[in-house]
Write a protein that binds this ligand. Structure first.
Ligand code: HEM
Length: 221
């Protein structure tokens, strides 16, 4: 994984703004991946979505075990919140989509992503980058994705608990508060640390992109 070490974070930007701006190009790429386009365009078979969920499982397992390990970390603890945990919802959704099946997966992309998350425990700021990329994404575009899946697969709300954050309450104020917490973290970091954190956000997006590329090859348009 190459990381853009040349990231420059404008000193006047809040950390939340720097993270969003710093990953805007990577976000566009992820949105434009053939897997996502096909999934949202109603062209992906159900098996493709199951393959995606099976890859998300080790990713969230890594996120949530690392969150528990960093519960007292001065940086990471500002965003860690068990109300966000997704592992149980992934398991419930997999049981809906592929009841009784072996849900393990042989995925180099998911393994590399999970390993990078586990390694981020070394510095709370790196873990915050991974936490933001998945959970704020799930609370943002993820909400629309859940609604589209519901419609495309005629689910009537079943099998998409991954997108339902019952313990979070209203999503908009939660996201605003989350960004405030990012900004509080930002105020304690040096410019160099802020750039390092934004670099890790880019790396996290690239790992998602690699996951989509793997799925796109398995389920071509
Ligand atoms: C087709 C796929 C996607 C769509 C349609 C989509 C859509 C969106 C939209 C509309 C927002 C802005 C919501 C707002 O302002 O509240 C957003 C934000 C976000 N998305 Fe995505 N997204 C997609 C894929 C992804 C992926 C793959 C990731 C990373 C794993 C991701 C991570 C994020 C993050 C972190 C934010 C929050 C940005 C911020 O406010 O700082 N998105 N997404």
């Amino acid at each position: 994984m190459t990381v853009d070490t040349a990231t420059v974070v404008a000193p006047e930007d809040t950390l939340s703004a720097a993270m969003k701006k710093g990953s805007a190009a990577e976000h566009d790429q992820a949105e434009g991946s053939s897997f996502m386009s096909d999934l949202l365009g109603g062209k992906m078979p159900a098996d493709g979505y199951v393959a995606y969920l099976r890859r998300l499982r080790p990713v969230y397992e890594a996120l949530e075990s690392t969150a528990r390990a960093l519960a007292a970390d001065p940086i990471a603890s500002k965003v860690i919140d068990p109300a966000l945990d997704r592992l149980a919802t992934i398991d419930a959704d997999l049981e809906h989509w592929a009841p009784g099946a072996d849900q393990s997966v042989d995925s180099p992309a998911a393994t590399a992503y999970a390993q990078r998350i586990l390694a981020s425990a070394e510095w709370g700021g790196s873990f915050v980058a991974h936490h933001y990329t998945r959970y704020l994404g799930d609370l943002s575009g993820g909400q629309a994705i859940g609604r589209i899946l519901d419609r495309n697969f005629e689910l009537d709300g079943a099998g998409i608990s991954f997108y339902a954050f019952d313990e979070v309450g209203k999503v908009k104020p939660y996201k605003d508060d989350y960004r405030d917490r990012l900004d509080e973290i930002g105020a304690t970091l040096s410019q160099q640390e802020r750039a390092r954190l934004v670099d890790e956000v880019k790396a996290a997006f690239n790992l998602n992109q690699a996951l989509f590329a793997e799925l796109g090859a398995l389920y071509p348009s």
